[in-house]
Write a new protein. Structure first.
Length: 289
């Protein structure tokens, strides 16, 4: 069994179900459909046919610029699609395409006349400008360390993030919490240390009064009572006693806080009656009787 001719294969692919109006062979298809389109393209591209190139355009059906010129016409566009579907090589296409205006017609003329016809198809297209050389080169390998170094960097960043989140300034806490901490920041031992010394002084003054001596109970104590009564609170004086400051020393920034203090801030050792005599206290630090 003989292998079908290439022209017959292309014809069958172009007309899979030929109708009565279609050409009966590939040669008839060339004469009826392809050559008229070549003539129209030659007239549109060159204008008049007064030059040798216009008479022998030498269209190469495997050359991309020539395909672009002929691809505007329906039958040539379909022919190029069939070539691509069949996977024809450049040599097979050159052997098949041997009609008017093709490359084979020009080569035959050049051989007979001994001249070379110049192809000006791409004369108006200059070569593409090469892309500029990059001015910066980034070497990513320089930043790649071992897996142990990368794990150490990640752990260090994580620890810094945790420490930053745990670090809080006093301004980050609400004012109510500050008040609660101020009320409970002093322990019973601190209250006991200042209350015992004051009780000893007051007990000594009371004993002297019992003997008939006209001595004040304690000048600092009486001054404290006077100023505390005027302000209506004891927080400022308690702070002065705990800080080992003179009871007459009243820092300006503590005055407003002292006005808001209440008698509840006074330890049991400081309890007194309105008449000025000490009231018995059962505080473990000592009692005044």
């Amino acid at each position: 069994m003989r292998k079908p001719a290439l022209a017959q294969i292309v014809y069958n692919a172009t007309f899979p179900r030929p109708r009565t109006s279609d050409p009966g062979s590939f040669a008839a298809h060339i004469t009826r459909n392809l050559v008229p389109e070549v003539r129209v393209e030659t007239s549109l591209f060159y204008g008049s046919l007064d030059c040798i190139e216009a008479q022998y355009p030498g269209l190469d059906y495997s050359h991309s610029p020539h395909r672009m010129r002929l691809g505007r016409f329906p039958w040539h566009r379909k022919l190029f699609r069939v070539f691509d579907e069949l996977g024809l090589t450049d040599a097979e296409i050159s052997d098949l395409c041997r009609w008017e205006g093709t490359k084979s017609a020009r080569e035959r003329y050049e051989l007979e006349e001994g001249v070379s016809v110049l192809d000006t198809t791409a004369y108006a297209i200059r070569p593409a400008t090469p892309p500029p050389v990059p001015s910066i080169e980034v070497h990513f390998d320089d930043f790649c360390g071992s897996e142990e170094e990368q794990d150490l960097i990640i752990e260090t960043l994580s620890d810094d993030t945790v420490r930053a989140s745990e670090t809080r300034t006093p301004s980050d806490f609400p004012s109510d919490q500050e008040d609660d901490e101020d009320e409970g920041e002093y322990s019973d031992e601190e209250v006991e240390s200042c209350g015992v010394a004051l009780n000893h002084r007051l007990l000594a003054a009371m004993a002297a009064r019992d003997q008939g001596a006209d001595v004040p109970l304690d000048e600092d104590w009486e001054q404290w009572l006077k100023e505390a009564g005027e302000r209506g609170g004891y927080g400022e004086m308690v702070h002065a006693i705990r800080a080992s400051q003179p009871l007459s020393f009243l820092p300006p920034h503590r005055r407003d806080g002292a006005r808001r203090s209440t008698a509840a801030a006074l330890p049991d050792s400081y309890l007194f009656s309105t008449s000025g005599s000490l009231v018995a206290s059962n505080h473990p630090s000592g009692t005044a009787r």
